[in-house]
Design a binder for this molecule. Structure first.
Ligand SMILES: NC(=O)N[C@@H](CC(=O)O)C(=O)O
Ligand SMILES: [Zn+2]
Length: 422
């Protein structure tokens, strides 16, 4: 089976180039082929071709919470967003915390239409008490470890985990949050929380946890990756740590780049997530952190919940918003179309950097000979974000109704079409 993607354009060696991509046996055999026929020929009409996007922070919810999402719907949503590889978090039921459970999880994950890299938790059942058998879980395919959804509270547990992971050369991905300092807050502690009279989450709950973990990471030499960084002070600490040689990397979500708590007008749980939307100053620090290299990559933290759950307001709703199907278009429209970032920057943060930071294998990056993991975007037309078009079960997005450029036209995984715009 061969596919010819003709009349595209994309970045090859940092230069925008015309592309006629020939795909044979799952691989890109030529980026600028002169052949005119293939089993399937698709005219891209000058659309943008990128390496398949990579999202290292996704919640797929299966098993345990399939009313919110399944592996099938979550991976279809990823493909709809141009993602060809995703990192699936371990806050599932059962938690994939033993080799047997982990192997069962990998079996379930084969239902997905994109490549799923599976996280294992740091502690048994993500309870923060006993560490898992890292070596055994690595040997059955864990690509990284995270208790995401909760921070690892106990310093000794974190220290032990980091020591063991350093020996195994595995990344520890930290949902950095001190639950005692969080004190039942539901949105950022600040003017919106005051105005709406709801309990606030003080930003020190994140920053203090990162400070402790950076010290432990420096001592152990582990690759310490901070998930969804959100405060100016956290970013400043990471900047200093990087300069002093700590092996630290971090990610930021689209929503922490696009939204802040000054935009919270009323009690609306589509704006409730963890970490919460911070101040305008924090948001600007996230943008600056990406641009100066302190923040390594963008990850969505796609966290689907049911409509019913999200209709309960700030006090009762669960944390989280969906992100897979809107990330590229929103960021392209807000930052690239306005000239703040180059297209190359955005592709770097959404594909090249995640592959490099996590040393992902079996992932193609738009090079001759690579696996054909490819996304194609329409940069010339704008559309309203419409929840009825989501392939995710979750509709919990604060971006519904926004007019965006950069909708996905086509996504291929190993040369197979996994999404095509109708
Ligand atoms: N990021 C979120 O707001 N929610 C995550 C878990 C979490 O990190 O709290 C979820 O699994 O729903
Ligand atoms: Zn998290």
């Amino acid at each position: 089976m061969s596919i010819l993607l003709k009349n595209g354009q994309g970045y090859v060696d940092q230069k925008l180039t015309k592309l006629n991509i020939l795909i044979e046996n799952q691989h890109i055999t030529d980026l600028n082929s002169s052949v005119t026929s293939a089993d399937q020929v698709i005219d891209l009409q000058q659309a943008l071709v990128t390496p398949g996007l990579i999202d290292v922070h996704v919640h797929l919810r299966e098993p345990g919470f399939t009313n919110k999402e399944t592996i099938k719907t979550g991976s279809a949503a990823a493909a709809h967003g141009g993602f060809t590889t995703i990192g699936a978090m371990a806050n599932l039921n059962p938690t994939p915390d033993t080799p047997k459970r982990f192997t069962n999880q990998l079996d379930l994950n084969t239902k997905g239409s994109v490549k799923i890299k599976q996280y294992a938790p740091v502690t048994r059942d993500r309870k923060g008490a006993a560490v898992v058998d890292f070596k055994a879980l690595k040997s059955v395919g864990a690509f990284a470890f995270s208790d995401d959804g909760a921070g690892v509270a106990d310093s000794q547990v974190m220290f032990t985990a980091m020591q063991k992971m350093a020996d195994l050369n595995m990344p520890l991905c930290d949902h950095a949050q001190d639950m005692q300092l969080t004190q039942g807050g539901v949105i950022n502690a600040g003017s919106a929380a005051q105005r709406l009279a709801v309990p606030g989450v003080n930003k020190v709950s994140e920053t203090a946890q990162i400070a402790r973990n950076l010290v432990l990471a420096q001592t152990t030499g582990v690759h310490y990756h901070v998930c969804h960084v959100s405060t100016k002070e956290s970013i400043e600490l990471i900047r200093i740590a990087k300069k002093s040689g700590v092996k630290v990397t971090c990610e930021v979500t689209p929503h922490h780049l696009l939204l802040d708590d000054t935009m919270i007008a009323q009690d609306d749980a589509q704006l409730k997530m963890n970490p919460p939307l911070r101040s305008a100053e924090d948001r600007m620090a996230c943008v600056a952190g990406l641009m100066d290299g302190t923040i390594d990559l963008i990850a969505t933290d796609h966290a689907p919940h049911t409509d019913q759950e999200k209709q309960q307001g700030f006090l009762k709703s669960p944390n989280g918003i969906v992100g897979s199907e809107t990330a590229f278009a929103l960021l392209y429209t807000k930052f690239v179309k306005t000239g703040i970032w180059s297209l190359n920057n955005l592709i770097g943060w959404m594909s090249i950097a995640p592959k490099r930071v996590f040393q992902l294998t079996n992932v193609g990056q738009l090079k001759q000979g690579d696996l054909a993991d490819i996304a194609v975007f329409d940069l010339n037309h704008s559309e309203k974000i419409d929840a009825a078009k989501f392939l995710s079960k979750g509709h919990n997005s604060p971006f519904i109704g926004q007019q965006v450029f950069g909708k996905t036209i086509l996504t291929l995984v190993d040369g197979q079409i996994v999404y095509r715009r109708g």
